[in-house]
Write a protein that binds this ligand. Structure first.
Ligand code: 13P
Length: 257
């Protein structure tokens, strides 16, 4: 699994106005001065900022992603944004099935799968999020929940080249809490195993499985070197370039660095 190139993706969620784009300029400069060649970098700003972000990041390897998409390419769906629109604005990926969408908007696995298929249709990478709630974890249902979410949300068409998985325990998001490193290893190994049954072992072994939930510069050097962890999906700490870069830099500095 060590041959998988890691990805650190920042999810700005519903944060960011024009002035926030200065953080992207700072990230661009920071990476030009002190590159982190060992990992891919992506930022998922709100859709309103995508095209301005494209201009700021032009000529860099920093990729841009959307945070959600509608399953259909266009139509009478007020307020929604299609995968094609995100691609047109300059995104190369889109997050689907984030727990905040699943919880705030009642999105189920079937809808998440339809959104992943929409991403493929628009030539975007689908970043498919899964994760158990605190109650599910307390009741010992974590692996059952993850298996159900994978089987329900990951399309048969998923391949390592068009799909990134993100394990985000709901209770760890924005809480400062993280699972033990043993739990992260166990869960990521399990996700790869379930993916293997669905997509075949070769695809599963090449697919990036990100960890998300309270990743900070202070815990990244531990979390990101756990077996089967191929990067991070970062919320709060992606809003400030110093923190986001601090997470990325662990790939250059190494475990415990
Ligand atoms: P935090 O890093 O703020 O916990 O958020 C994680 C997340 O939900 C990223 O998608």
């Amino acid at each position: 699994m060590t041959s998988i190139r890691p990805l650190v993706a920042g999810n700005w969620k519903m944060n960011g106005i024009d002035s926030s784009l200065a953080e992207l300029g700072a990230l661009r400069e920071q990476l030009a001065e002190a590159p982190v060649a060992e990992a891919d970098v992506m930022v998922c700003p709100p859709a309103t900022l995508l095209s301005r972000a494209v201009e700021i990041l032009a000529g860099t390897d920093i990729a841009l992603g959307g945070q959600d998409c509608h399953p259909l390419p266009s139509g009478a769906h007020t307020g929604d944004i299609s995968a094609e629109m995100l691609a047109d604005a300059g995104a190369t990926a889109v997050i689907v099935g984030h727990s905040e969408r699943r919880i705030d908007h009642g999105e189920n696995d079937a809808l998440v799968k339809a959104k992943a298929l929409a991403a493929y249709r628009a030539d975007l990478t689908a970043i498919i999020c899964i994760g158990e709630t605190e109650a599910e974890r307390r009741d010992g249902e974590t692996l059952d929940v993850l298996k159900r979410q994978i089987q329900g949300s990951v399309p048969e068409e998923a391949r390592a080249a068009n799909t990134v998985m993100a394990y985000e325990p709901v209770w760890a998001i924005g809480s400062g809490l993280t699972p033990t490193l043993d739990d992260v290893a166990k869960v990521h190994g399990f996700i790869r195993e379930v993916l293997g049954r669905l997509l075949g072992q070769a695809e599963s072994e090449a697919t990036r499985i990100l960890y998300g939930g309270s990743v900070k510069p202070t815990n990244a050097a531990e979390l990101l070197f756990v077996p089967d962890v191929n990067g991070a999906l970062v919320g709060g700490a992606s809003l400030k370039t110093t923190d986001f870069y601090g997470i990325l830099a662990v790939y250059r500095d190494g475990a415990g660095g």
